[in-house]
Design a protein around this ligand. Structure first.
Ligand code: NA7
Length: 540
């Protein structure tokens, strides 16, 4: 595609937004509010993003409902009733559908449409965008709200075609569901997703084989149900919460303990950990003692506290030992929340298959093969995760100025400016892009809204000033990458192999994909870019 490509007038937009999930819906709303002609594209058949695709049994938000929501409409806050502290996928999907209806967003969304390519046309100062439906759009702004954890990893095992049973990735769960009752089911993967699946289906299936490579430090979820009185109490706090989330370290309604762990006596430490543990939320990780993330001694102590909690739940000590992580410290990978996960291993129909030393070889006609032993299965569930941060964008074939490819750039070095833009890619905005704060170093709803607001303000500025394009300068980008790395290297996160460091994808450059300097700090950097009228950015 080039400057000579003919674009139908109907296919000319001010902005193309990719994704109709939490970020995409809000971005569409905000840009429309600015008076832009916007079209949103989504590969899914309906709105919801993460909450459309991840409809596997047990899928649930692990941010509290009263903060995992939109703040832009008082009417919406008044109208929507959350039923639980941590709502299940259907409720969150219903909420996003309600938002889409209430603000009449659907009319501007084209579903079942995957972006194939987006090329910057310097002559026209526009993005030329093609889709798998044969569309070619031109747009001044190309805004990706395609998700931080939305590109499922490719199936890593051979022989799938020979397997007579059913295989499903949790993030591509069939709309019609899978009847697991009375079946022999295998789950590969014990991350946050695998844990939700396992604890939910253990009592429903005939046999459950869990293929575990790395155990987790899961924290029990305290999931309160809400009645009208509880909802009213939360509603009364909304004005305060709306502010608080943007000023906390991780975008939640809590912050780290004010005391230093090492200043406390052993009894005080134990009591404090028990107190925070009882909150039954991610607070134990990103709202407990900050030194967990930076100090090896504190981390070792807290890791042992959690190991003891796991041991106490599992009846067979040999199985308990397999479920206890030793190869990395607590909180240096994503901490999952659980409800009955460890108890599942006390059931007779559940078997833990340790594949840490003897990897899964592949599928057979009847099941999975590990170390020459066949495990007969009817259904194999892949809870094997995502190509985080870069995956959704890299799969789009994005070419910026001078035909540079984003996929190629990120194959060598994952760089961005504030996670929102990339040098060499004018008018490309990447909400929840790599090097921005994101799950769970930010409650996603908080950060997505803050980032969408930033993108909207930036576009409003360009229009007001009569400017056609903006991109971060090379120096600006280098500053952000360096600051990001310094912040990441000051923590223990880089010591662990996980999707956070890109280690789950072979050949992916190692860099912390989430900014870990704090939501409040990040917001200040974003505000600074705006108030300085985008100093360090090239505009024309
Ligand atoms: P994760 O956290 O990346 O977990 C993927 C799991 O799959 C993890 O246990 C992996 O083990 C396992 N895995 C991946 N490949 C294999 C192979 N080849 N053999 C055995 N096991 C394998 O993805 P989730 O979907 O659970 O969560 C992603 C995020 O979504 C989550 O953090 C939330 O923020 C929402 P490994 O640890 O690599 O040894």
């Amino acid at each position: 595609m080039s400057s000579t490509t003919k674009i139908d007038q109907n296919a000319e937009y001010d902005a193309i937004v990719v994704g109709a999930g939490v970020a995409g819906l809000y971005q569409l709303y905000r840009l429309r509010e600015l008076g832009l002609k916007v079209r949103s594209l989504d590969a899914a058949g309906a709105v919801g993003g993460t909450w459309y695709w991840n409809r596997y049994p047990g899928a649930r938000v692990d941010s509290q409902s009263y903060i995992y929501q939109y703040w832009f409409s008082d009417e919406l806050l008044e109208e929507w009733d959350w039923s639980e502290r941590f709502p299940a996928q259907p409720e969150t999907e219903r909420y996003l559908n309600y938002v889409a209806d209430k603000f009449d967003l659907r009319k501007d969304i084209q579903f079942n449409t995957t972006v194939k390519s987006a090329h910057w046309d310097a002559g026209r100062s526009r993005w030329l965008i093609t889709t798998d439906q044969g569309d070619t759009f031109a747009a001044r702004y190309f805004v990706s709200c395609a998700g931080m954890l939305s590109a499922p990893v490719a199936l890593p095992f051979p022989g799938r075609e020979t397997f007579k049973g059913q295989v499903a990735h949790t993030a591509r769960w069939p709309q019609e569901g899978i009847d697991l009752a009375g079946k022999r089911v295998g789950v590969i993967g014990t991350g946050a997703t695998g844990i939700q699946v396992i604890q939910t289906i253990a009592s429903q299936v005939a046999e459950l084989k869990v293929f575990q490579r790395t155990p987790q430090y899961a924290v029990p979820m305290r999931n309160d149900t809400y009645d009208d009185a509880a909802r009213d109490a939360w509603r009364a706090k909304y004005p305060e919460l709306r502010e608080q989330v943007h000023h906390s370290f991780v975008g939640f309604d809590f912050d780290f303990e004010t005391e230093n762990y090492l200043d406390l006596s052993p009894e005080e430490r134990k009591a404090a950990l028990e107190r925070i543990w009882a909150d039954g939320s991610l607070r134990f990780w990103v709202g407990g003692f900050q030194e967990i993330l930076t100090d090896e001694e504190v981390n070792a102590d807290v890791s042992e506290f959690v190991r003891d909690k796991i041991r106490a739940r599992v009846k067979d000590p040999a199985i308990a030992e397999k479920l206890v992580p030793y190869s990395y410290g607590f909180g240096t990978a994503r901490v999952p929340l659980e409800t009955g996960y460890y108890d599942a291993y006390n059931r007779d129909n559940v078997e833990l298959v340790d594949v840490s030393e003897t990897p899964i070889e592949g599928f057979t006609e009847n099941g999975l093969l590990v170390g020459g032993k066949e495990y007969p299965l009817d259904v194999v569930i892949l809870a094997t995760g995502f190509d985080a941060g870069t995956g959704a964008l890299s799969r789009m074939d994005i070419h910026g100025r001078d035909d540079r490819s984003l996929t190629e750039l990120w194959r060598k070095d994952i760089r961005s400016t504030l996670g929102l833009q990339v040098h060499g890619f004018p008018n490309l905005f990447t909400v929840a892009g790599p090097l921005a704060p994101s799950t769970a170093f930010c409650n996603m709803a908080t950060c997505l809204q803050q980032q969408v607001d930033w993108v909207t303000d930036c576009i409003a500025y360009l229009r007001k000033e009569g400017l056609k394009s903006i991109e971060p300068g090379a120096e600006k980008e280098e500053w952000w990458v360096q600051h990001h790395d310094e912040t990441a290297n000051a923590t223990l996160m880089m010591t662990t192999n996980s999707w956070y460091t890109g280690a789950n994808i072979e050949g992916k450059p190692r860099r912390l994909l989430s900014y870990i300097g704090g939501v409040d700090e990040y917001r200040k950097f974003c505000d600074e870019a705006k108030t300085s009228h985008y100093e360090g950015y090239a505009m024309s």
